[in-house]
Design a protein. Structure first.
Length: 469
């Protein structure tokens, strides 16, 4: 469901009581937390109970499980997730009562009022990790920023907080055009790789959205020179008068350059050259793509005026984000990780990182495609990326906001896997037993996808802990 962005966005403190439809999601829970910490009366509902709901309740936020028009009694403003459908009873009631009904992007924008300096982290891949890394870097440099991240970051203990300093680090989502409304002081663009074509309609329109986003930035832009799309908008940003900071592994073209990259199990080490000085950086996450994210975060920290050494120290505290190659446990000699990767580029990057973790052991990929439209467009490429594993299990498509299409199924992906054995294992409920039947001690299993595939790992571990039952 798409709700129009309002003509005027009031500061959060002027919204009265705010109700969030879909408060259990990463995006809305972050906004709700920050509003509550700033003294706004907030509440919300979600279709299902979750650990997020429990955590919000522990913080004093009223959360309903299930949606009902009665939840809007006494409410002035309703903020809704894009995953909510038009016939949701709370949406219907909000419209019938003439309440202020906003999309998520407007709720987040209401928190960006002056004198706050907002840094927005945009890009197709790596937004959550880079936002978390930048926040950790700033904390390491002695700052107390506000932040809104698309997943919980263990090093920070949460996905969002209202800080005391006038700096606000936000993950800027392009999937529904939200990032076009933020007008940040500074921005990071991690990369531009066609996605969300159900929203944008074409690759050209998707790429143009990033041009439009950069046109809203007021002061500086940090980009990855290794990504052609990001490099292209860097040229336009310079022409528009923005300060541009470039990062990458080519010192001849990057302002902040990485070198001597070493990935050892779950650790990544590299040297970083900044303004002629060389620094050592050790990250507690594995993979070259995470090193690039760290360089981007370092670039934004420098653009904000913080010194290099404490920023690097802060980056060293980052140990991942929920569902970003998150270690879930080990049972029966099988290690299980969980990843939010759902685009072919993300699948390839995380499986390459998982291969480094697995070493000589077998790598088993358990993938849940997200959205019919994305599977229709990228199904073949998803299968190619999954071919990096030694065994592949593909769940049914997670529909989210779309209806099923009998011509678009998970078999499209399985048919494109080249090399390793691959099969469709059905639902989230059926997948753990199916995977347990084929794994063996020493294997590394990675569950991947943006839906509820995250439930498969814990269930698999539970089965492996009881092999005789």
């Amino acid at each position: 469901m798409r709700i129009p962005f309002p003509d005027e966005v009031l500061p959060a403190e002027q919204l009265g009581t705010v109700h969030f439809v879909g408060i259990g999601g990463a995006g809305l829970s972050a906004i709700a937390r920050i509003m509550a910490q700033r003294g706004v009366v907030v509440q919300g509902s979600d279709a299902r109970h979750s650990a997020v709901i429990e955590a919000l309740r522990a913080e004093g936020i009223t959360c309903f499980v299930g949606q009902d028009a009665a939840h809007l009694d006494g409410v002035d403003t309703v903020v809704a997730s894009t995953a909510v459908r038009e016939d949701n009873p709370e949406i219907v009631a909000a419209r019938a009562r003439g309440l202020r009904l906003w999309p998520r992007s407007a709720g987040l924008t209401s928190l960006m009022t002056p004198p706050i300096t907002t840094v927005a982290v945009a890009g197709t891949h790596g937004k959550t990790t880079t936002t978390g890394m930048l926040t950790c870097a700033l904390v390491g440099a002695g700052a107390d920023p506000s932040f809104a991240i698309g997943a919980e970051v263990p090093a920070l203990g949460t996905n969002a907080r209202a800080g005391a300093d006038p700096v606000f680090v936000v993950e800027a989502d392009e999937s529904d055009g939200a990032f076009l409304h933020y007008a940040p002081s500074g921005a990071i663009v991690t990369n531009i790789d066609a996605d969300h074509l159900d929203m944008w309609g074409s690759v050209e329109a998707y790429e143009q959205a990033f041009d439009d986003f950069v046109a809203t930035v007021g002061d500086f832009l940090v980009v990855n020179t290794e990504d052609p799309g990001a490099e292209r908008i860097a040229d336009r940003a310079r022409a528009a008068g923005l300060r541009v900071v470039t990062v990458g592994f080519a010192p001849a073209v990057a302002d902040i350059a990485g070198a001597e990259l070493r990935v050892d199990g779950t650790t990544t080490r590299l040297r970083v050259v900044v303004e002629g000085d060389t620094h050592e950086l050790e990250l507690l996450v594995p993979g070259r793509h995470y090193a690039l994210d760290a360089l981007l975060a370092l670039g934004a920290g420098r653009a904000l005026g913080y010194p290099v050494a404490p920023l690097i120290a802060g980056l060293g505290t980052f140990r991942g984000a929920a569902r970003r190659m998150e270690y879930k446990g080990e049972a029966g000699g099988v290690r299980v990780y969980d990843s939010y990767a759902h685009h072919p580029t993300e699948l390839a990057a995380d499986l390459a990182a998982a291969r480094a973790v697995a070493g000589e052991s077998r790598l088993v990929a358990v993938f849940q495609p997200h959205l019919v439209s994305r599977t229709r467009i990228f199904g073949g490429q998803m299968g190619e990326a999954l071919s990096l594993a030694d065994e592949v299990a593909v769940l049914d498509i997670y529909l989210a906001r779309e209806d099923p299409d009998p011509e678009v199924t998970s078999q499209l992906i399985v048919d494109a896997v080249a090399g390793p054995p691959a099969r469709v294992v059905g639902s989230v409920a059926a997948a753990p037993a199916a995977v347990a039947s084929s794994v063996r001690p020493g294997d590394v299993v990675v569950t991947l996808g943006a839906g509820d595939v995250t439930e498969v790992g814990p269930a698999l571990l539970s089965l492996l802990e009881q092999p005789g039952e």
